[in-house]
Structures are given as structure tokens and as C-alpha cells.
Design a protein around this ligand. Structure first.
Ligand code: ZN
Length: 602
């Protein structure tokens, strides 16, 4: 292996060291370019004088100055995420953020000026050959034009947001982040103080009483903070309703559709089809109940582990396994992923001060992406590694795009990562011989799919209904709890019993506060990827070049355009069922495995 023994990422291709003068030079250079750009371009985006070549030049300069500033910014961000308790990293990141803020302020006029052009002036620009590589960005930007208010109003709204919705979002973060609970951990004598994250991790504990006890403690803690949490929800919901009125959004979800490039009818259809497949979830829950040997299935049993047998997978084995899974699809996919190991672009193990979870930082075109994981050797860690490498390959392939077209549109952002996870599951199922482990593998895949589709549909339905009801008046905690139970009850049916404190399940979900209606993009992304995988099963090798082309297109196309070569019509209601058909097939496969195992060991 070419990686260092401790498996830290190597950031020297960016800067030789944190105190290297090149870092400050790049930052200063970007700021100077931003000021020069403002001096040259401000006031020139005028209906009568502007030409397509001039705009192309401005767009090129705008991207270039951002790229120059992003390199030192991302470098500081990476250093900070790997070791945030280092004072030098803190200072560097703070300095980068300030500089980026100044750069954004100096160039804010540019997009606002583009938005102010009339449709008559804008239409010929979109058709101009010089602007073809910016077409998608310009179209996306212009989609906001009908809902953009005058500069003075926009500025006033921005300022009032600080003490309005942003203040409530901040309060929610602080209240939930600082919450402490008292719980007696399994194997410990006395109760001790703990964080919410530690309690939620116990949902995967083998003992049902531990799972229920931990989740109940977590939910009761939120119930105790009901006054503040309910106020946060009420104000965030009201704020959005008022803003929708002010901007004239035809629907509450309009701004999300604009961001995600989705059509209202498309998403409504997707949600209907998802609700119509709740029985698939119930079928799975019943199977899981049977596998766990339980009389009744509670919602705290959903993620219960199936075997206590835990095998440690060391990182070298994880690398070989993921690369083999990728190679089973295409050697090129494995090669692209291999470069992350060979070039030491993965920070592997947990460490003090390192950020939790995992991510792939896409960086910018021309700068190689980096991956951070907290690898401990579990099957979930293996799956996470495949997921992040999927993102990594996606960014690498999109590296030929300009900065505007680099990041895939939201509904396609998880395509490569989810696809990579399916490849891994299929590979493991093919090589694994232990029937018990095969069952566990298949269950965890199905659970994951249910969590990103059916469950996100419940969340989206709750959120939409809460917004609508807030329009009629203030919501009490009982209103919110009742709505939550009613939407969840539709998915669980008679298959799963909700524990009493689960009525507070809505109160800790940050997406409702921080990124409104984001949950539906999970369903969208998962169903699209499952459908793509199904095409791959049907088409075989013919699918592979189309798949690579989709990833290489980055964000240069809308989801509708990007999926057309696969014969996928997002407007067709039948399309959404395809993903669920694949789940039905996985369920049948699981049933066969269970039946075979029972035959062998009655
Ligand atoms: Zn991801």
C-alpha cells in the first residue's frame, strides 16, 4: 500500500503547508480579482449595450476568480474538518471565511443584474453560441426572476432574516445541540449524562429494552423543551408562508422545485406512488419481526441487528472489497476509485477533533476531490466507503465541466453514491456463503431503501401538511404530535406499533427547520438510481457508457435532460413504480433466503 501507516489524507498537492505564503497569495489574488471584476463589469449589464461575447467573458472571469478563492478556502475547510481543535486550523478557516464573504459581497451585483434583464433581452443571449456552456446556469438563474423583488426589498429581507428565520433556526440548533439526557447504558451500574447522538446510536443495540429505553429518553427530553421547539416550528412555517405570499410563489414548494429543477406534477406523482407502496414497507417489517422472533414489532425494533456475530473488516480488506465490487461493473470505475487510495485522498480513521460521519468534498474542477471517513471496520463503514467513493468518481468524471456545471443537480447528486452501494451489496451477496450473513446484508439494503424512500415520503407529507395548517393558524404541540402520528401510521399500518413518546418524533428533525422540503429529494434520488440499476440489469454492457456520460455531465443538464438517454421519462407516472418493483424483487429474494435457511436448520 502506498498510503501512510496512519492513513491521513495528503493535502500537499494543494499547499505545501498551512503557513505556506502561496495560501495567502491565492486568497489576496482572488479578492483583488473580485474588486477588479466589480470595477469593470458593474453597470455594463445593460439591455442596450450588452453583447453575448462580453457576457461570456464576464462569466469566465467570475468563475475564474471564484476558483482562485475556493482553493485556499477548501484547503482550510479540509484541515479544519480533520482536526478542528488545532488553533492554527481554526484561525486559517476563520480567515478564509471572512475573505470569501468579502469576495461574495463584491460580486453580489452580478447575478442580481442578470436577473433584472428583461425576457426580451435575455432570450437571444440564451441562444448565442458563445454562451452555450453557460446556458444551464443562466436558465437556472433566470427561473428565479419572476419571484425576485427589487434590490432594496431583497436587501431588507436579507437583513430581517438575521433576526427572523435564521435566528429561530439558530435557536433550534442550540437547544437541540446542547440537550443532555440521563441514561443508564447497558453494562453500566448507574445513570450518566449523555448526548442525543449517543442515545440514537443505541437504536442499533441488540437488546429491545435498551433500544426503547434510549429512544424514549431522547424523545422525553425533547418533550420537556416543547415550548421552545413548538415556537421554532411555528415561526419557521409562518415565515415561509409569508415569504411565499410576498414573492408570489404559486405553491409552498415552488422555491424547492426551482432549486432542484423538478416539476410540481412530477413530485406529486412520485409522492402518490410512494404512498401506494407503503404495503411494501409493511411486508418487510413483518419479515423482520419474524426474523427477530418478536410477537409485536415496535418502531424501536426497525433497526435491530439481525446477528450478534460481528466481523471486523480491516481497511485493507475494505479497499479490496469495494474495488472488486466496482470492477464487477467496469474496470474503469475501479480505476477511478483506486486513485483515491493511491494518491492518499482519504482521511480514514476517527481521531480527536475530527468531524463525525463521512463526506466527499468535491472541491472544484481542476482540483482532485477528497474523502473523509470515520472507519471502524463495520459493515456500515464498508458501505459508507463505497458511498463516498461513488461521489468521488462522480466528481472526478465531472472534472471536465466548468465551475457552473460541476455539481450535479440536487436530485442526481446521490446517483453515483447510491449506485455504488448497490454494486457493493450485490458483490457481497455473490461472494458471501453464510446464509445468515446474506440475510443480514439484504435486510440492511432494504432497510436503507425504505429509510430513503417510504420514510422520507412520510416526512414530506408531514411537512407539507404542517405548512398548510400553519397558514390557518398557530399550531399547538398536540396538533404537531397528532399530525406526526397520523402520517407515520399510514406507513406502519398494523405491522409496527409506535411507542408512546414517538409522538414527539417530529421535534428533532433538523431538515424541517434548516432545509425545507429537502426530504423529497432523497426519494427522488433513490428511485431514480434504483431505476437506473434496473436498466443496467436489463441492458448489461450497453448501459455502462451512458452511465459514465451521465456522471461526466455533472450539472450541465437538468434531471429531465440527463435521464432522457436512458429512456427515462420523469413525467411518466409508471416510472416511479420501477424503483419499488426492484424493492419487491429484493423482498422476494429475502423470502427465498429465509425459506432455504429454515429448510437447512429447522
Ligand atoms: Zn452521499
Amino acid at each position: 500500500m502506498t498510503t501512510t501507516p496512519d492513513n491521513h489524507w495528503d493535502l500537499t498537492p494543494l499547499y505545501a503547508a498551512a503557513n505556506n505564503p502561496a495560501w495567502e497569495n491565492d486568497l489576496q489574488g482572488a479578492l483583488r480579482s473580485a474588486q477588479a471584476f466589480a470595477a469593470d463589469v458593474r453597470g455594463t449589464l445593460d439591455e442596450t449595450t450588452m453583447s453575448a461575447p462580453a457576457l461570456a467573458l464576464a462569466l469566465q472571469r467570475y468563475a475564474e476568480l471564484q476558483r482562485t478563492g475556493l482553493k485556499p478556502y477548501f484547503y482550510a475547510q479540509l484541515l479544519f474538518s480533520a482536526k478542528s481543535d488545532d488553533d492554527c486550523h481554526k484561525a486559517l478557516f476563520a480567515r478564509a471565511r471572512e475573505a470569501w464573504h468579502s469576495l461574495s459581497e463584491a460580486t453580489l451585483f452580478f447575478e442580481l443584474d442578470l436577473l433584472r434583464l428583461s425576457d426580451e433581452a435575455f432570450a437571444p443571449l440564451l441562444a448565442a453560441p458563445e454562451l452555450q456552456e453557460y446556458r444551464h446556469y443562466l436558465q437556472q438563474l433566470r427561473a428565479h426572476a419572476p419571484y425576485t423583488l427589487s434590490e432594496a426589498v431583497e436587501q431588507a429581507l436579507k437583513r430581517k432574516d438575521l433576526s427572523g428565520k435564521e435566528a429561530f433556526a439558530q435557536l433550534f440548533e442550540e437547544i437541540t445541540g446542547e440537550m443532555r439526557f440521563t441514561f443508564t447504558f447497558p453494562g453500566e451500574e448507574a445513570p450518566r449524562e449523555t448526548s442525543g447522538e449517543e442515545l440514537l446510536a443505541l437504536l442499533y443495540h441488540p437488546d429491545g429494552n435498551v433500544r426503547e429505553g434510549a429512544f424514549s429518553t431522547f424523545l422525553h427530553g425533547h418533550a420537556a423543551a416543547a415550548t421552545v421547539l413548538v415556537a421554532c416550528f411555528n415561526n419557521i412555517l409562518l415565515d415561509h408562508g409569508k415569504e411565499a405570499e410576498l414573492r408570489g410563489y404559486p405553491q409552498l414548494m415552488t422555491p424547492t422545485h426551482l432549486e432542484s429543477e423538478t416539476e410540481p406534477a412530477m413530485v406529486e406523482r412520485m409522492m402518490e406512488v410512494s404512498a401506494a407502496n407503503y404495503d411494501l414497507g409493511q411486508e418487510y417489517f413483518a419479515l423482520k419481526r419474524q426474523l427477530l422472533g418478536l410477537k409485536r414489532m415496535k418502531n424501536t425494533d426497525l433497526y435491530a441487528p439481525l446477528s450478534t456475530q460481528v466481523r471486523h473488516i480491516d481497511f485493507a480488506e475494505a479497499r479490496t472489497t469495494v474495488l472488486a465490487a466496482f470492477a464487477s461493473f467496469s474496470p474503469q470505475l475501479a480505476e477511478l476509485a483506486e486513485s483515491f487510495f493511491a494518491e492518499q485522498r482519504i482521511d480514514v480513521f476517527p481521531a480527536p477533533g475530527k468531524s463525525g460521519g463521512a463526506f466527499c468534498h468535491g472541491m472544484a474542477p481542476g482540483l482532485s476531490p477528497y474523502i473523509l471517513t470515520n472507519y471502524t471496520g463495520t459493515l456500515r463503514d464498508l458501505s459508507t466507503l463505497a458511498h463516498e467513493l461513488g461521489h468521488g468518481v462522480h466528481f472526478t468524471l465531472a472534472g471536465g465541466q466548468n465551475l457552473y456545471n460541476y455539481n450535479a443537480p440536487l436530485p442526481l447528486a446521490e446517483t453515483a453514491s447510491v449506485f455504488a452501494e448497490i454494486l457493493l451489496t450485490r458483490h457481497l451477496l455473490a461472494v458471501e456463503t453464510d446464509p445468515q450473513l446474506k440475510i443480514a446484508l439484504l435486510c440492511s439494503k432494504i432497510e436503507e431503501i425504505i429509510a430513503t424512500t417510504l420514510r422520507q415520503n412520510v416526512l414530506t407529507c408531514f411537512e407539507l401538511a404542517a405548512h398548510q395548517k400553519r397558514g390557518e393558524g398557530l399550531l399547538s404541540s398536540d396538533d404537531l404530535c397528532a399530525l406526526w402520528l397520523s402520517e407515520n401510521g399510514k406507513l406502519f399500518g398494523n405491522a409496527v406499533e409506535m411507542i408512546e413518546p414517538y409522538r414527539w418524533g417530529w421535534s428533532y428533525i433538523g431538515h424541517f427547520i434548516q432545509s425545507r422540503f429537502y426530504c423529497y429529494s432523497y426519494i427522488f434520488g433513490e428511485l431514480v438510481t434504483l431505476a437506473l440499476y434496473r436498466r443496467y440489469q436489463q441492458e448489461g454492457a450497453g448501459f455502462i457508457p451512458k452511465y459514465f456520460a451521465l456522471l461526466a455531465a455533472g450539472g450541465s443538464q437538468s434531471p429531465v435532460e440527463a435521464l432522457r438517454p436512458f429512456g427515462i421519462d420523469l413525467g411518466d407516472p409508471g416510472f416511479w413504480q420501477e424503483g419499488y418493483d426492484l424493492v419487491r424483487e429484493l423482498l422476494a429474494e429475502l423470502r427465498t433466503l429465509i425459506a432455504a435457511k429454515e429448510e437447512n436448520c429447522p
